[in-house]
Design a protein around this ligand. Structure first.
Ligand code: FAD
Length: 453
């Protein structure tokens, strides 16, 4: 039988690790971290591709240069993480049509203005609409500025999936500043998590050797009562604790991977199922040589296709890794799910066709392709939570509220910064503080009872 811990943390992404660090700093050393995969990091994940390190999950530190410092930017500075300034706002002036011509900047600017107007109209409709369905654009009426042509569709896609800050103030940019930095470090974005883990777990030569972190432990059942929590993993192990912090993604909470006994109350399950999950996929392509422009303001470019989101947003990696000859194309939601379901050769064929439309038939074939599958990963089930701009505050409160001895954390529990690394990091700290309060109260109640007896 495993010894009972004070707290079990399910998941070793940045929220789980930041929660564990705060526990350790407050003298709670007998915590246990159960992680389903064979590594820490979760959606902060690097992979070697084309002789460099690429980030399959989070790639940017968003929100830098403001009055208040982004805590993840602080961690990056402390760890000397290599980053480069990144600005995709000018991507709208590098829009290619199907015949490889770049749209004149006047046309691009007009289409951009139209897309912003449409977004503002849509948002005001959302504001007057039931918040729980507001993110479902299909229920909103068409407006005269609804995007229709390939360039309008492309800009609409960029605006909604990348640049929403230009339409509505976003807390990340308001609080921390509007600059963004791309992580370009061979140790990966995940190096920040290792540095954090190092402060409270035993490590040797960049490896965590601490029995309080258990990898390959897929939690399948959480039995909770007034007296404690019992956690069962897929390999049949049972771990007991006074409390649990659950840091798995909203997509995992929506799936049936973890069952709760007794089941979660209805207000909780409804809040979980009403949360929209965004799928965001960065596809990496390695080439024998560069055939794309690399001058100033050319890092990002757009392909205008009649299908919204079809291989629309492109980036070259020459700023991050000169000479790497790597292109990245970002797909989202329906397009992400479609390519996840097909063989990578088919995705490569589609991407090459788009590139040949933009740059001509003579460009070389890609040597390699990497297609992350966040939607089909049973430990993720999507990329991040997607709350509507006019979020119902009760909805987020319900998602993060504890149920008895089960506490919830992760980017989806952050009202201000959901969907970001700093949102996840800060949520781990918040949840842990709430738990420490509860532990103090519990201790107080026990002392009172003892005094009474
Ligand atoms: P996770 O990192 O998902 O941690 C949860 C952990 O729980 C995982 O390790 C998982 O394996 C584990 N787990 C799941 N199920 C179980 C189980 N049953 N038992 C045990 N363990 C389990 N943010 C930015 O700030 N900038 C960006 O540029 C950016 N880009 C992104 C691009 C992509 C493609 C993706 C996917 C995300 C991006 N994000 C970005 C968002 C950011 O990565 C996340 O907000 C953040 O990493 C989430 O951390 P977390 O701790 O909440 O969750």
């Amino acid at each position: 039988k495993n010894p009972r811990s004070s707290v079990i943390i399910v998941g070793a992404g940045i929220s789980g690790i930041s929660a564990a660090k705060v526990l350790a700093e407050n003298g709670v050393d007998d915590m246990l971290i159960l992680e389903a995969s064979d590594r820490i990091g979760g959606r902060v994940r690097k992979e070697e591709f084309g002789e460099v390190t690429v980030e399959l999950g989070a790639g940017w530190i968003a929100g830098v240069g403001g009055k208040q410092s982004n805590p993840v930017w602080e961690l990056a500075k402390q760890s000397n993480l290599r980053t480069c300034f990144s600005d995709y706002s000018y991507a709208r002036y590098n829009i290619y049509d199907r015949s490889g011509k770049i749209f004149p900047s006047g046309i691009a600017a007009d289409s951009y203005k139209k897309a912003v107007d449409s977004a503002i109209q849509r948002l005001s409709q959302e504001a007057n609409h039931d918040a729980s369905t507001a993110h479902d654009v299909s229920v909103l009426a068409e407006t005269p500025s609804t995007p229709k042509t390939p360039i309008e569709l492309a800009i609409d896609f960029i605006l909604h999936d990348f640049e929403m800050a230009e339409v509505e103030p976003i807390s990340t940019y308001v609080d921390f500043g509007d600059r963004e930095f791309l992580v370009a470090d061979q140790r990966g974005y995940e190096h920040l998590l290792y540095k954090m883990a190092e402060t409270f777990l035993t490590t040797k030569e960049d490896k965590i050797l601490d029995s309080r972190l258990k990898l390959n432990k897929v939690v399948r059942e959480l039995q909770h009562s007034r007296n404690g929590v019992s956690v069962t993993t897929e390999d049949g192990c049972v771990y007991e604790a006074n409390y649990v912090i659950l840091s798995v993604s909203i997509g995992v909470l929506q799936s049936n991977l973890i069952s709760f006994r007794p089941p979660l109350p209805r207000w909780k399950t409804e809040a979980i199922s009403n949360c929209d999950v965004m799928v965001y996929t960065k596809i990496f392509l390695k080439f024998p040589y560069k055939f794309w422009p690399c001058g100033p303001e050319k890092e990002f470019f757009i392909y205008a296709h009649e299908r919204r989101g079809y291989y629309t947003f492109w980036q070259h990696m020459e700023n991050a890794y000169p000479g790497s000859n790597i292109l990245v194309v970002t797909l989202t939601n329906g397009e992400s799910k479609r390519v996840e379901a097909q063989p990578d050769e088919e995705t490569l064929r589609e991407a090459m066709e788009v590139l040949r439309n933009m740059f001509g038939p003579e460009i070389p074939d890609a040597l390699d392709i990497l297609v992350p599958r966040w939607w089909n990963n049973r430990f993720q089930r999507g990329s991040y939570s997607n709350y509507p701009i006019y979020v119902n505050h009760q909805h987020v409160d319900d998602i993060k509220a504890p149920v008895g001895r089960v506490f919830f954390t992760g980017e989806h529990t952050s009202e201000k910064f959901s969907g970001y690394v700093h949102g996840a990091y800060l949520s781990g700290i918040d949840t842990c503080k709430a738990l420490l309060d509860e532990m103090r109260k519990d201790k107080g109640r026990k002392n009172e009872n003892q005094a009474f007896l």
